[in-house]
Design a protein around this ligand. Structure first.
Ligand SMILES: [Zn+2]
Length: 291
């Protein structure tokens, strides 16, 4: 059984993309994120049925495909409201936009899988007022533009993709990040939290938030140092990406090119804005150079 009880009112459906469940009372539940693909939405409804739980609302931490995949089928079947931060709503209602940003233009046919572009659902703005008693939200920008996390009355924090569990971070040092400046602030915020348990969407739950933040922070600094080394001989974006794939032992394909590409662009922006790099245009090529 994938259903796992974490606290009196807090459960997860344990998988690669964890789904949170919060009991408002003995019958009514809130779902936090809906996983990847329509099958995830069906599984969430089946599990809730087996427990005689009724889904009262869905909360999305952010709009990435592996967090909103079950939205459409749950909303169509149960007619429930979905709540998300304001900017994330735009992407939940127009899921192709995430793909457009990743590709940086009009995505080609190899980037049009239903997993990358889930079906659209209708979302409303997440506010304090709509949340049931015992549930709070907090901002976690960086991984995506306006991501949020949730805290339950069991003193359990759902951290979405702000940090991954230790098993994931040590295996995949390069985590998808959109805005490095905001992500560093979010890491500081997570370090300051006092909670009973922390639940990332990917990887193992943890209690020692300071340790997990340090691992994430160290990985970020390593990536910055690697980019500095690569750009000590001036380098184009493609050259930087090639070296990053080699250093982190990644295999390039259409999806990885897009996702790692967005992350490296995030690093280049952070480093340019903070005077670690400069840009030069030579013979119609853009070069990044370490300062
Ligand atoms: Zn994400």
């Amino acid at each position: 059984m994938k259903l796992k009880k974490l606290g009196a009112k807090t459960y997860i459906i344990d998988s690669q993309n964890k789904v949170g469940i919060y009991l408002i009372n003995e019958i009514d539940v809130v779902i936090i994120d809906t996983g990847l693909g329509e099958s995830s939405g069906k599984e969430i409804m089946e599990i809730c049925n087996s427990q005689n739980w009724q889904i009262k609302m869905v909360l999305n931490t952010h709009s990435h495909p592996d967090h909103i995949g079950g939205n459409h089928i749950i909303q169509k079947t149960l007619n429930v409201k979905i709540y998300a931060p304001k900017t994330e709503i735009v992407f939940i209602e127009n899921p192709e936009l995430t793909n457009n940003i990743s590709y940086g233009g009009n995505p080609h046919k190899y980037l049009n899988s239903p997993y990358l572009v889930p079906k659209a659902s209708v979302a409303s703005k997440l506010t304090k007022e709509i949340l049931p008693e015992g549930l709070e939200y907090f901002d976690l920008p960086g991984h995506n533009s306006q991501m949020v996390g949730f805290k339950t009355s069991d003193d359990i924090y759902f951290l979405a993709d702000a940090v991954a569990g230790e098993d994931i971070i040590t295996k995949y040092e390069l985590q998808f990040t959109y805005d490095i400046q905001k992500q560093l602030k979010t890491l500081d915020y997570i370090k300051s939290l006092h909670g009973k348990l922390f639940v990332p969407s990917h990887g193992d739950d943890f209690t020692n938030n300071k340790h997990i933040v340090k691992l994430n922070y160290d990985n970020t600094i390593n990536i910055i140092n690697n980019i500095k080394k690569i750009c000590s001989n001036k380098a184009t974006f493609e050259t930087i990406l090639k070296h990053i794939f080699e250093i982190y032992n990644l295999k390039m394909d259409f999806i990885q090119y897009s996702l790692i590409g967005v992350t490296i662009k995030g690093y280049l922006t952070y480093m340019l804005n903070n005077d670690m790099l400069k840009v030069e245009f030579t013979e119609n090529e853009q070069f990044w150079i370490t300062l």
